[in-house]
Each structure stands twice: as C-alpha cells, then as structure tokens.
Design a protein around this ligand. Structure first.
Ligand code: NAD
Length: 424
C-alpha cells in the first residue's frame, strides 16, 4: 500500500462510518488540482540537470491550500497526493481557515551546492508561480527544505509578480517575513498534544521515557519539549546516515541531551557520528529506536515506519505513540496498536503545530505587524490544546480511536464549508 492508498483507506473507513454521500466521498478522496513540471537547473560545473517538481492542491473549500515542499529522493505524485490530503484534514482539525496542498522535488538536497539549491528553489517557483499565492496556495518547508530556501522562493515570487509578497510562502527566516516560534512549532505542538494525552490517561509525566525517530526539525524540538516542558527523559533518537546510507539510532540509557546533539547536527537532521561517539553516545545501526523499552514512541522522520511487520518490535511498556511524522503508521499496524491498547495521537492532529504557526505567519504578513515569540507560542498551545480536546470528545462520543475521531472532525468541517460555498 503506498502513501496515497493509505490516506484513501483511512478516509474511506471514516466516510463509511459517518455515511458520507458517495459523490462527496469521490470528490474528497482525490485532489482538486495537480501539477507536475520539469525544472532545468544550471549546475556549478556548467551542465544542465533536470528535476521533477510537484504541487498538489487537494481541497481549498476552507481557504487557500497550505502545505510544505519536500526535497527528497523518491518523492512521487502519490506521496505528494497523500500529504496534500492529510494537510486538508490537518488545517480543518485545528480549525485554520486553510485548505490542503503539498509540493516537492525528487532530489537529495545534500548533494547540491548552495548555488545549485538556490537555482532549484527559484526554478520551482518559476514553474508554478501563477498557480500559487497568498489567496490561492501557500507553500512552506518540509523534509529537506529550510527557512533560507523559503526566503529565496519568496524573493523569486516577489520578482515575478512585481510586488513584495511575503505571504506567498511561510517558514521564512525571522527578519524576512518569518514568524517567531515557527522553528519549534511542530515539535512543541507534538508535546502539547502529548501533555493532554498524558493528563487524559492520568500518567505522571516526570517518570516518562521516550524514543524518537529522526533528529530533524520536528524531532529536535519534540525531544527538547519532552525533557524541558514535560520533565521526562528521552533515551534514543535516530537519523539517516548520509555516508553509510542506513538509519542509525543514538542511544543513552540515562537520557540524551537534545540541545547538545543539535549543535552537532546538520540542516538535514544528520548527527555527526564521531562527535556523538566522543560524547559517550552508543550508536546502533538500524531502526532500533522502535524497540526501546520506553513509555512513549515519537516517530518524527518519514512515513510508513510502523507497519504490520515492525509493530511487533514495540515494547509492551509503550503507552502512547505521538505521530510527529506524516503517515508513520500503516492501517494494518494501526489495528494492532489499538488491540494493544496503545493511545495513538494521529499525525494530522499531533504535528499540526507547524501549519498553525505558518498560518500565524501569514496573518502577520498580511498585517505587516509581527508578534513576540511568547505570543506565537501561547496561541499555538491554545490551538493545539483545543484541537486535542475536540478530537478526544468525538472519540468518546462515537467510541472510536483518536485517528478516526480526528477524521470525523476534519471531514465534517470541510463538508460544511463545501456546502456553505454551494459546491454540494
Ligand atoms: P527534517 O528533514 O528536518 O528531518 C528529517 C529527519 O528524518 C532527519 O533526522 C533525517 O536524518 C531522518 N530521516 C530521513 N530519512 C530517513 C530514513 N529513511 N530513515 C530514518 N530516518 C530518516 O524533516 P522534519 O521537518 O523534521 O520532518 C519530519 C517529519 O515530520 C516528516 O514526516 C514531515 O512531513 C513531518 N512534518 C514536518 C513539519 C515541519 O514543520 N517541519 C510539520 C508537520 C509534519
């Protein structure tokens, strides 16, 4: 099952549960618009290399499409479709007046020089700029893309459109139209939903341990928040080893220090092995983060990690899976987690902090007035907490798991917007 089939299977299950009209269902299980284009880039050695770029706009009934741009080898139209669809549900579940979109380029950005990256970013905008904009579709960073890249993209759009338009893209650097709090937003959002889950399950947070997949943007701040906000201990994080082309798990039974590890991690979330070894970390080859004897698992790297096969590695001690990544759990594994009575905070609720502060960034760009970090973070907490409580309430009312409850909240609000606009 690929990512898009997985996203459709999750949707179909809930569409049936709420007796969604079959025509409405057909409309929602596919994106409204899809773009695939070629981007020729002049490389530093003078040659031309052509990359495939994508942008998918799944649904914009509630507002302009919103969603990140991935620079990742192996991206396909189907992975982007799945992510665009999840963005529609994500914006709806946290009640943002936005729809769902996603974009990408099939490329490993770590193989490009700074100049090549800038030309690729500008080339992506050159191909799609007429179909995006603050009132149409607003991209943002995701795996393999950074605030600097968003700055180049905003600049290219501004040049083509002839008007300074910071609101065309979010996740820009602070000082170039970016919002305070955006960098930590997704990881902290994971922690706010986790805090609410812990309260609901009546668990003492100070005794909790966690193991995290990934050490990029989401994982770094989720680890930080787990320790410094909840008072728990993170014993393992992982990353993709760019040299050996394998995943590696960085382990310390007494607790890792994410603030130190961040100082030895590159912009792609790759930890410097030698420096980590010198600092006393045990480095294990493979996805051993999943089998650690902990209370909380936070997949925060890539999709399709907890599957029918890998789910068996999960320790019987695990009580909560907080899905920082998009699509980390397959439907088959989801059923098994439910049987094991593991509380899953579903991806499009758990990781909605990034898009929430991205929305705040767009609001600030429109006002041309910028908030303090404290204001952005406290509004983020409020949005995430309210969303968690609304989903939990539906989960109790319908007697369904949190993922299905989040789908019920999101689908109902998108359908209502489509009705109000006369689409149905
Ligand atoms: P990132 O590029 O900053 O970090 C990704 C991490 O995953 C890195 O540590 C990398 O080494 C690791 N990784 C990559 N490929 C791997 C593999 N095959 N096996 C194991 N580890 C691998 O990305 P990010 O922004 O932290 O995003 C992580 C996840 O969270 C993605 O699923 C993304 O879609 C999702 N997400 C991100 C945001 C955001 O604001 N950044 C918001 C919502 C959801």
């Amino acid at each position: 099952m690929n990512a898009f089939e997985m996203a459709q299977a999750q949707f179909d299950k809930v569409a049936k549960l709420i007796n969604l009209d079959s025509d409405v269902s057909s409309l929602l299980r596919w994106p409204l618009r899809e773009f695939r284009f070629q981007i020729p880039v002049r490389m530093d050695d003078g040659s031309i290399k052509v990359f495939f770029g994508y942008r998918v706009q799944h649904n914009d009934a509630r507002g302009p499409s919103k969603g990140g741009i991935r620079f990742q080898p192996g991206e396909t139209m189907d992975t982007i479709r799945a992510l665009a669809m999840w963005m529609t549900w994500k914006c709806a579940v946290v009640d943002l007046p936005l729809g769902g979109g996603k974009g990408g380029v099939a490329v490993d950005p770590s193989t490009l020089t700074t100049g090549e990256k800038e030309r690729l970013c500008r080339g992506w905008i050159d191909q799609i700029w007429k179909n995006i904009g603050p009132r149409q579709d607003v991209p943002a960073p995701d795996i393999g893309t950074t605030p600097q890249m968003m700055g180049w993209m905003m600049d290219e759009y501004t040049k083509l459109s002839g008007a300074y338009t910071p609101g065309v893209i979010t996740g820009k650097p602070v000082g170039a139209g970016g919002s305070e709090g955006r960098i930590e937003a997704t990881g902290f959002g994971v922690i706010y939903t986790l805090r609410e889950a812990i309260k609901h399950l009546k668990i003492d947070p100070s005794k909790l341990t966690a193991s995290i997949q990934g050490f990029g943007n989401v994982a770094q701040y989720a680890a930080d928040g787990f320790i410094h906000q909840l008072g728990g201990t993170v014993i393992a994080v992982s990353c993709w080893d760019l040299v050996d082309k394998t995943p590696c798990t960085y382990f310390n039974k007494d607790g890792i220090d994410p603030r130190f590890l961040r100082t030895i991690t590159d912009v792609y979330g790759t930890i410097d092995k030698d420096k980590a070894k010198k600092a006393g970390y045990i480095i294990e080859t493979g996805e051993t983060w999943l089998s650690k004897d902990v209370d909380v698992l936070i997949p925060a790297a890539i999709g399709g990690q907890i599957t029918g096969e890998t789910v068996e590695q999960i320790s019987s001690r695990v009580k909560i899976v907080a899905e920082g990544a998009n699509g980390p759990t397959t439907p088959e594994a989801d059923e098994i987690l439910a049987e094991l009575n593991i509380f899953v905070i579903p991806d499009f609720l758990c990781n909605a902090g990034g898009v929430t502060v991205s929305y705040f960034e767009g609001v600030q760009n429109d006002m041309n007035y910028y908030w303090s970090r404290e204001e952005a973070i406290s509004r983020l907490d409020e949005k995430m907490t309210n969303a968690f409580k609304a989903v939990l309430k539906i989960s109790q009312e319908y007697e369904v798991k949190m993922r299905d409850a989040a789908y019920i909240v999101a689908i109902n609000s998108v359908v209502q917007a489509m009705k109000f606009r006369g689409w149905l």
